[in-house]
Design a protein around this ligand. Sequence first.
Ligand SMILES: [Mg+2]
Length: 225
Amino acid sequence: MDHCSKTSCNSSSPFDCLLFDLDDTLYSSKLGIAEALRKNIDDFLVERCGFPEDKAPSIRVELFKTYGSSLAGLRALRYDIDADDYHSFVHGRLPYDLIKPDSQLLNLLRSITQRKIIFTNSDRNHAIMALKRLGIEDCFDQIICFETMNPNLSKSSSPDEFPVLLKPSMDAMKIALRVADVDLRRTLFLDDNVRNVAAGKALGLRTALVNVPINPLVVKSKKKN
Ligand SMILES: [Mg+2]
């Protein structure tokens, strides 16, 4: 990495910058973090919003489908939920020890000389915690996260005054790309969510859908042909 200048290394690459999603992209969705997160959100819906326990999972799914996240949905429905309070409840108590240092990922990231940026819908504390657990917190030039896309939430006079902005909304994507200040055509965006990748592509980013599970039915039908 040290023997060539950034410019000469990049001249052979189509990319100047890589934008990485974090959750389920830089660590596996199978560690149990996503499962614990769902449980914490359900607990939040019951304890803080008063939804019946047996309805919480379906309400969570419905809020996610309609508004992009439970927090976004609750605020849109005028529940006065403070974002920091929500994040410390649902992320702050995650079993982070399930995320282990990933030396293979560290070496891979160290071998990439281009700018590397985290672009996540999660809050900054969660992003830093997960990156530290993976041992890759020093590999990134910038973290673009929930707070970056939603700087005005704490100033709102009512919960629905400012909609919560998250990937894949175009407004959220545009804010993030403005902050990142990248050349879209020379930036590779990696994310495990197909809608996020589609939004990035629509804005002119080069994209890669990562962590796609192999669908046995697709494999089977290909074999038949
Ligand atoms: Mg993800």
